[in-house]
Design a protein around this ligand. Structure first.
Ligand SMILES: [Zn+2]
Length: 106
């Protein structure tokens, strides 16, 4: 039996952390460019890295929100593809997992 209360807490905490992380990334993107053109080039390279980190964070936020919804409707821990239970070890390692190992590796 999966302890959904604990999972929910865990997911909510992770969600909060990711939202804060995304906020931080967003505000570092909004920092004004420096006047020095050489520095500008370095900064826009940095921006690309930040943008991709931000994308990853947004993706994780979506995954966690979806997982929380599944906790709410009681379908948490069930593979969204094949409807089989997801192995607990996988859920422990990755609580936002939406598909089982089999479906993921397909
Ligand atoms: Zn599956």
């Amino acid at each position: 039996m999966i302890n959904t209360e604990a999972i929910k807490k865990d997911l909510e905490q992770k969600l909060q952390e990711l939202i804060e992380k995304a906020d931080e990334l967003e505000s570092s993107l909004r920092e004004p460019m420096s006047a020095d053109s050489e520095e500008q080039a370095t900064e826009s390279e940095g921006d690309e890295v930040i943008e991709s980190l931000e994308q990853t964070a947004f993706q994780e936020i979506d995954e966690i929100k979806a997982a929380l919804k599944r906790v709410e409707d009681g379908s948490y821990g069930i593979c969204t593809v094949c409807d089989e239970p997801i192995a607990e070890a996988r859920l422990n390692a990755y609580p936002a997992a939406a598909v089982c190992m089999d479906c993921k590796s397909k």
